[in-house]
Structures are given as structure tokens and as C-alpha cells.
Ligand binder design. Structure first.
Ligand code: HEC
Length: 111
């Protein structure tokens, strides 16, 4: 019985570690690719709800990419949104955005 509990606890621990890692990766992406135009960082993220972010990041982030590709003011981001890297890593970005959405209940750490 003890062993079962041990396995269960370790699995839970590993799971939360890996989702922490994905959020961290997403945060790095956000800082690198988004903050130059959307300053305010996590305040910007907290303007949208979990649902709204998920919708924007649907289909590997296509709606978000299109929104920028249609807007001339966002020209400097086109290269990034058209690149393979964006689609490939959009999942991490989504996880990060959802983590700090308005209704996520998470207060961002000041760093
Ligand atoms: C080169 C500048 C630029 C970069 C880089 C950029 N954006 Fe934008 N973004 C814009 C512009 C311009 C708009 C349209 C005007 C607006 O709503 O502010 C916009 C709009 C948005 C919107 C819709 C705003 C709303 O209120 O509905 C979201 C969400 C968004 N961007 C998220 C991101 C994310 C996430 C990234 C990084 C992956 C990113 N942007 C990178 C310029 C940029």
C-alpha cells in the first residue's frame, strides 16, 4: 500500500514539474517575442480570460498569428508568426498565457 502511494505521489510531482517547465518555456517565448510590442507583460496577459487565450491559441496559435499578419502595425512580428518555430512551440506559449489569464487565480511573481 505504501508503495502505491509513493508511486502516485512521485507521478504527481513529475507531472507538476513538467508543466512548470512548459510554462517557463512559454514565458521565455513571451518575453522574447511579444514584450517588445506588448509591454506591461503579465498585466497584458491578465486582460484576457483562459477561454479567450485558448481560442487565440487554437490550431497551433493560428488565430493569434492571423490577427498579427493582417495588421500592418504588427509588421515586425510577421517573420516570427510565419516561422516554423512559432507553430512548433505554440503549446508552451498557450500554457503560459492560460496560467496567467484573468480568471486563472494566479498572481504573477515579481521578477
Ligand atoms: C511587432 C509588434 C508585435 C509583436 C512582436 C506582437 N504583437 Fe500582438 N499585436 C500587435 C498589434 C499592432 C496588434 C493590434 C493592435 C492592438 O490590438 O494592440 C496586436 C494585437 C494582439 C492581440 C489582440 C489584442 C486584443 O486586445 O485583443 C493579442 C492577444 C496579441 N497581440 C498577443 C501577442 C502575443 C502573445 C505576441 C507574442 C507571441 C505578440 N502579440 C507579438 C503587435 C505585436
Amino acid at each position: 500500500m505504501k508503495r502505491v502511494i509513493f508511486i502516485f505521489v512521485s507521478m504527481f510531482f513529475l507531472f507538476s514539474l513538467s508543466s512548470q517547465a512548459a510554462i517557463y518555456k512559454g514565458q521565455k517565448m513571451f518575453v522574447k517575442e511579444c514584450v517588445s510590442c506588448h509591454s506591461g507583460g503579465q498585466g497584458f496577459i491578465a486582460k484576457k480570460t483562459i477561454r479567450e487565450w485558448k481560442k487565440l491559441m487554437d490550431k497551433k496559435g493560428k488565430p493569434l498569428a492571423e490577427l498579427h499578419l493582417e495588421n500592418k502595425e504588427a509588421k515586425d512580428s510577421w517573420e516570427y508568426f510565419e516561422g516554423n518555430n512559432y507553430e512548433k512551440k505554440s503549446k508552451h506559449l498557450q500554457q503560459f498565457l492560460v496560467e496567467y489569464a484573468k480568471d486563472s487565480g494566479n498572481v504573477p511573481a515579481c521578477n
